[in-house]
Design a binder for this molecule. Sequence first.
Ligand code: AKG
Length: 277
Amino acid sequence: MTLDMFFDPFCLKAIVRTPDPFRHQAPGFEAEGIARTALRGVYRQGSRSLQALGLPGICNFAVNRGRILSESGMVSGMDILEIRGFRIYRGFLDADAQAGLVGDLRAVAAQAPMFSPMTPYGKPMRVKMTSAGKYGWMSDRRGYRYVTQHPDGADWPPIPERVQDIWRKLVSDERAPDCCLVNYYGEGARMGMHQDRDEADFSWPVLSVSLGDEGLFRIGNQTRGGKTESIWLRSGDVVVMGGDARLTYHGVDKIRSGSSSLLEKGGRINLTCRVVD
Ligand SMILES: O=C(O)CCC(=O)C(=O)O
């Protein structure tokens, strides 16, 4: 069975529609996937997988009852997953790019040392953090907010060019991020489920880059609670949280200590870039 596939080359999104729902799928089936040059889709009856054929990659959409459960695609040799609107670019950064980024972040931390923030409820957070850019993210008794200076009183260092480059490739070259938050997770550190909502304009996605040990990333819903899905984020993975996923609850449950040798002292670094104003 051949399906119509509409391809949007700018947002790397292909929309597959079939007017006549598959017999064992729910009516009104519609799948959205990622493909760079998807030309047409072929449904293999009974296989429960929809294969979109194209160049240079092949996308596979896992479907069930007309809803996408997960999808993976090879785009220029890169594996892309989408879970609840979170787009996960597996291995976006190779070993050299990761090492370069770590060097850049050392320079950021030399200028704006890592600190352990306090939650508004008076509990110390388990991650250490610092920031680069026009704003840094801050938490203390006064609440969560963006501030223009490090607690030491100095301006935040500029966002490294390598980070800006990832943003340009995966988010936009029209506008640069205002803040690059750098979180460090040592052994036993975690981050509770939360929404990112201290920014003025949620139409800009949040871009997240993982470096070092693997972290178990949990994706929830637009309101607190409910069923969640988890994925181990590996060093070099990049996640874009945009569109409907922009206000989805997410968190990090645990770190797989020793799973990466990228950072001399172990642990995990996560960068999140955001437009703030
Ligand atoms: O560490 C991660 O992967 C996610 C970080 C995060 O959710 C945040 O900084 O808001």
